[in-house]
Design a protein around this ligand. Structure first.
Ligand SMILES: [Zn+2]
Length: 335
């Protein structure tokens, strides 16, 4: 009880709440950006094949529960500037800490790492043997290590992963097909064709995620790709021309046959896999009978509060602490 209550008081979900000063007013200051790119006090967040560079945090022995087993590895510009990526493509993330306004933090995509043999199989082999990154840490999937990072650190890596992925996928104009170039510290990509000149902005895809309740029970579903016993909240992307509450009602109806009302927003979470923003809701059943959409879920069930209390006995597993679904469930369970 005390553990869950403490978590409920926490302001932000994992990947949010980092507190980085994004300093958006400096993005267009080419001179300032250029100076920071060669400033040895600046730091670069490297991303390779959508993986983040992390190292075991001092002290070791961390677990998912205590949340501090890994830390991001940030590099000074000189480590990367020579070989791996032209600084012109580095993306300005913001200013971090410091009484003097803080040091500039950039994200860098490392395309040179794309073809390293063995990387797909084992993140520990992500760096080539002659890489200046050798020994700096390991490139790991943020989905796996997210729960083992501090709030600030997880948020920074999520931000870097999301914007690097967007930038990499928008090297060509979606309007005319010509190459694009970065502007605004990398937060805009402008079409290089003069007659087109279209601006492309970082994309965020809203998705709703909802805990449906009916008195003292809640509705959880299960996908076949999940580990055995895991049940979670229902979720889906918001469609064009749809409000958030409409998306909640539609998704729940489609996946479970249940009609809901009293849709209430709870909290949100950046989910950079690759570009989602999870918008967490609670909703109450107002009608309908459970009818699982098999193309979406392999199962969906009502779980009593008592079932969650004895979930180990009945083989029920909840989603990991990195996800907002876990928080939606725990907030209801402990509330
Ligand atoms: Zn264009």
């Amino acid at each position: 009880m005390s553990e869950a209550s403490g978590r409920e008081r926490r302001a932000a979900n994992p990947f949010a709440g980092g507190g980085l000063d994004r300093a958006t007013h400096l993005r267009g200051d080419l001179r300032w950006i250029s100076d920071r790119l060669s400033d040895p006090s600046s730091r670069i967040v490297p991303v390779s094949r959508s993986r983040s560079l992390v190292a075991r945090a001092a002290g070791e022995g961390g677990t998912e529960a205590d949340g501090m087993a890994y830390a991001p590895v940030l590099l000074p510009p000189a480590v990367l500037a020579s070989d791996l990526e032209p600084p012109g493509e580095w993306i300005f993330l913001g200013l971090e800490g410091g009484a003097d306004g803080g040091r500039a933090v950039f994200a860098a995509d490392l395309p040179g790492e794309e073809d390293v043999p063995g990387e797909a199989g084992d993140a520990r082999e992500a760096s080539p043997s002659d890489s200046p990154l050798d020994g700096a840490g390991e490139f790991l999937d943020l989905r796996g290590v997210g729960a083992m990072l501090g709030q600030r650190e997880g948020s920074l890596l999520a931000y870097a992963r999301a914007i690097v992925t967007w930038s990499r996928r928008h090297r060509f104009c979606g309007t005319c097909g010509c190459p694009t170039r970065p502007e605004q510290g990398g937060h805009v990509r402008r079409c290089g064709d003069e007659t087109c000149g279209a601006e492309h902005f970082p994309r965020t895809d809203p998705a709703i995620i909802v805990l449906v309740t009916d008195g003292d029970r809640c509705l959880l579903g299960r996908k076949d790709i999940w580990p055995e016993g895991v049940y979670s909240t229902l979720a889906g992307f918001v469609e064009p021309g749809e409000s958030l509450s409409e998306a909640v009602v539609r998704e729940v109806r489609e996946e479970s046959g249940i009609e809901v009302g009293s849709v209430r927003y709870r909290s949100s979470q950046p989910w950079p896999f690759p570009a989602s923003l999870m918008l967490g809701f609670r909703a109450e059943r107002v009608g309908g009978e459970l009818s699982v959409a098999r193309e979406e879920l392999v199962d969906a069930r009502w779980f009593e509060r008592a079932d969650l209390a004895r979930r180990r006995e009945i083989g029920l597993r909840l989603p990991g602490r990195v996800s907002i679904s876990r928080r939606l469930i725990e907030d209801w369970f402990t509330g």
